[in-house]
Design a protein. Structure first.
Ligand code: IPD
Ligand code: CA
Ligand code: CA
Length: 275
């Protein structure tokens, strides 16, 4: 089959739909294992990833594939040329929610070229919401165009955050959480990085920040957010890099400045205390 971005989008949405069906079918019965303390994987993660990998590589046998549950966990992005296409997949983002049958989890599929996402699909099978974007062509949910909120003030913003599984009581992340909680409308920890980015794209959330994510958590959602007009940077305002896992996505430039200043000032106070 010849490559085109339209064809890739068709394969990605079909694969996400099928993987979502597997997740729903296995919801009550999936066996759970602990990869490391508080970091879970189920046999539904594995089955969903296998389904996606089979679909993608059947359609595009020369492409590369990186899934969270792959045995080979590192792909050298610098070794990839412009002709190399890399599919980056999280078959189940929100495994802890899934294990507790909390309906906030998703399938995330991105296609990258030269280390950057050119296509992204995030599917929430419980809500039947298919988020999709391709570079330069905007973002949609179930075919409807997405636009981020435009919220300009931290005081009025509803914000989500992600923390690593082994969060420490006296960490900078907890100090940042407390400060943003006090200064914003409220803070949520919803449990799926991919969906948080889609919710910023949709205006359900005004902002989202995180510090320890992996490329498969965010490769698709970050493109969906930016294609919906979100400002996406690192917490200090520097350019976003999907391979380093730290991000701040907001619904406006001014919220980006205010939230970034807040997160960074907590960080410098916290490191001064440790000196
Ligand atoms: C996790 C979720 C969660 C984030 C974790 C991720 P997983 O992905 O995105 O929101 O806080 O850092 O690892 O393990 O459910 O695929
Ligand atoms: Ca994930
Ligand atoms: Ca996962």
């Amino acid at each position: 089959m010849d490559f085109s971005l339209e064809k890739a989008m068709q394969i990605a949405t079909d694969a996400a739909q099928s993987a979502g069906e597997i997740l729903c079918e296995m919801l009550e019965t999936a066996a759970v294992k602990e990869k490391s303390p508080k970091d879970l994987v189920t046999d539904a993660d594995i089955a969903a990833q296998q389904c996606i990998e089979n679909r993608i590589l059947a359609a595009f046998p020369t492409h590369h594939f990186l899934g969270e549950e792959s045995s080979i966990s590192t792909v050298h992005r610098t070794a990839m040329s412009q002709e190399d296409w890399l599919w980056v997949v999280d078959p189940l983002d929100g495994t802890v929610n899934y294990v507790h049958r909390l309906p906030n989890f998703a399938v995330s599929i991105a296609l990258m070229n030269c280390g950057k996402s050119v296509l992204g699909v995030v599917f929430d099978p419980m809500a039947n919401e298919m988020y999709a974007a391709s570079l330069g062509h905007g973002a949609t949910v179930n075919g409807r165009k997405l636009q981020c909120s435009g919220c300009a003030k931290l005081y009025s913003a509803l914000i989500a955050a992600s923390f690593p599984p082994q969060i420490q009581r006296d960490s900078v992340e907890i100090a940042q959480f407390v400060e943003v909680l006090v200064r914003s409308q409220s803070v949520r920890r919803l449990g799926s990085a991919a969906l948080n980015l889609c919710y910023v794209a949709q205006g359900r959330l005004d902002a989202y920040w995180a510090g320890f994510l992996k490329v498969w958590d965010i490769a698709a959602g970050s493109l969906i957010a930016t294609e919906a007009g979100s400002i996406l940077t690192k917490q200090n305002g520097r350019p976003f890099d999907p391979w380093d896992g730290e991000l701040m996505a907001t619904g406006s430039e001014s919220l980006s400045r205010e939230l970034g200043d807040c997160l960074e000032s907590v960080r410098s106070t916290h490191s001064a205390k440790l000196r």
